[in-house]
Design a protein around this ligand. Structure first.
Ligand code: ZN
Length: 232
């Protein structure tokens, strides 16, 4: 079971990936963490990546895919994995496909987590961070017991510039622009399933699980919001 999770910031795909990873016993590979780990453990590809990062340059797609390859050939990826955070562009998707082809396999499923502007603003703009210890809160979902004060250290909570509604909407717009042809690419391959993330977290988890089970059993998918990408 080789799955890619796609979705804009604030869709909650990291949380979903963790849940599925535990439930289906497949590895959750977050490309951000993977890159960090490769650099820290000074693997051959990690050392190469470090050179780019130290110069403030983007790590080339080819190299990121090499690092992913090193990871997915490991024992704990035998029964499958979820790639989270990569690919983000069409060219990255093509490099990834080439690498998988060389290994004699391919992606089984791409889940696209879509969100409405309203819900992503609600989710991200409610976040508060402690200025002192960095603890995270959410005014609606994870509130501190005293308004504006950190439960852990008594520090003051603030809203990061990144989480302001206008910034959130701009990021969403940029995300859609950058991923439009990536999503079209996977749709054309017939492996894209869209899940709307405007429902509550448990309902989304259930839908993700259904989609994965259907793919495992190679049944046609009949599910709410699935394979509907025209709303983009
Ligand atoms: Zn604190």
């Amino acid at each position: 079971m080789r799955v890619v999770f796609l979705g804009p910031p604030g869709a909650g795909k990291g949380t979903q990936a963790d849940a599925v990873s535990k439930d289906k016993k497949i590895s959750h590979i977050s490309s951000g963490n993977l890159l960090r780990e490769a650099v820290e453990s000074s693997t051959e590809t990690g050392i190469k990546a470090k050179c780019y990062i130290e110069k403030g340059l983007l790590v080339p797609d080819q190299l990121v895919v090499e690092i992913i390859k090193d990871r997915i050939v490991k024992e704990d990826c035998k029964s499958g994995y979820i790639l989270d955070g990569f690919p983000r562009t069409l060219s990255q998707a093509k490099v990834l496909d080439e690498m998988l082809k060389k290994l004699g396999n391919k992606l089984d499923l791409v889940i696209y987590f879509s969100v409405s502007e309203e819900s992503v603003v609600l989710r991200l703009s409610g976040r508060r961070t402690c200025a002192n210890c960095g603890a995270n809160y959410h005014i609606r979902y994870v509130p501190s017991s005293k308004d504006g004060i950190c439960d852990k250290c008594g520090g003051k909570l603030y809203q990061r510039a990144d989480d302001k509604p206008e910034t959130v909407l701009e990021r969403l717009r940029v995300y859609h622009e950058q991923t439009e042809d990536l999503i079209a690419y996977y749709k054309k391959k017939g492996i894209l399933k869209e899940i709307s993330c405007d429902a509550d977290i448990d309902a989304i988890t259930k839908e993700v699980s259904d989609v994965i089970n259907c793919t495992l059993q190679r049944k046609p998918l009949i599910s709410r919001g699935v394979a509907r990408v025209d709303s983009l």
